[in-house]
Design a protein around this ligand. Sequence first.
Ligand code: ADP
Ligand code: MG
Length: 277
Amino acid sequence: MDTASAPGRAVVEVDDVVKTFDGGNVVALDHVSFQVPEGQLAVIIGLSGSGKSTLLRHLNGMHTPTSGAVRVLDRDVASLRGRELRALRRDVGFVFQSFNIVGRVTCLENVMSGALGRLRGPRYGVTTFSKSLRREALEQLDRVGLGDRAFQRTDTLSGGQQQRVAIARTLMQKPRIVLADEPVASLDPEISGQVMDVMFRACIEDNITVLCSLHQVDLALGWANRLIALRDGKLVLDSPVDSDLSHERVMEVYQRLDPTGEKVDEYSLGPTPVIEH
Ligand code: ADP
Ligand code: MG
């Protein structure tokens, strides 16, 4: 089935979005439109500077469009303020390339902090979390394979483990959508695969919609059920990931990338013909 246009309620609607910076001198997004149905795992690929982070930041209100509209979970993101914006951000988790965890506290405390947004009443910090929340946080750590590290200081873990703590914290938030901005860009390829595995598996289990930016085409093809490619702020490919979508075909409409995301000489990678569009 064509997952890119599969029926199902759209939880993300990006409608003709243009985003410029520096008084219009930089066009970061150039008339981008697409919709994402609930439960889809969409990967956004593109070279550095193609607009991936700018696009993801529109989906949780960190950016507002210069023109066009963004609706997420039936809310017009640009119009949200204060409490409404915080409510959206509870439903939309964000996983960063740089992990954004607190290194000097335990893994368990980092994960428990993911629940802060959904607690009612006064909050005094993680020391006052209830037993049931602690149990829940331990369960989330188990899901990412780090149950035995709960009481370890987070900065004593490896990069891949720290990112798994960040993923557990995001899951603790009970989001409906997870935005992941190059979550494995600072990890080596083997660890990258493990982290992607943990994140996508948990999101599938919890029926969380995922939009994840990556610059490695192979990782994208392994996990996504939809691939969106940006080049210079323009959407240049939007396709379901199925047996028809080969690595070569992505490269035909996109550009060859090496594993670090740098553009490489198109003819240095072997005999596959590359058709530039
Ligand atoms: P990617 O995440 O794909 O590397 P970005 O979304 O970060 O790309 O950037 C897209 C373009 O927008 C780049 O040209 C970048 O320099 C520019 N850009 C992004 N954020 C800002 C900003 N806050 N101010 C000015 N230019 C920006
Ligand atoms: Mg980026």
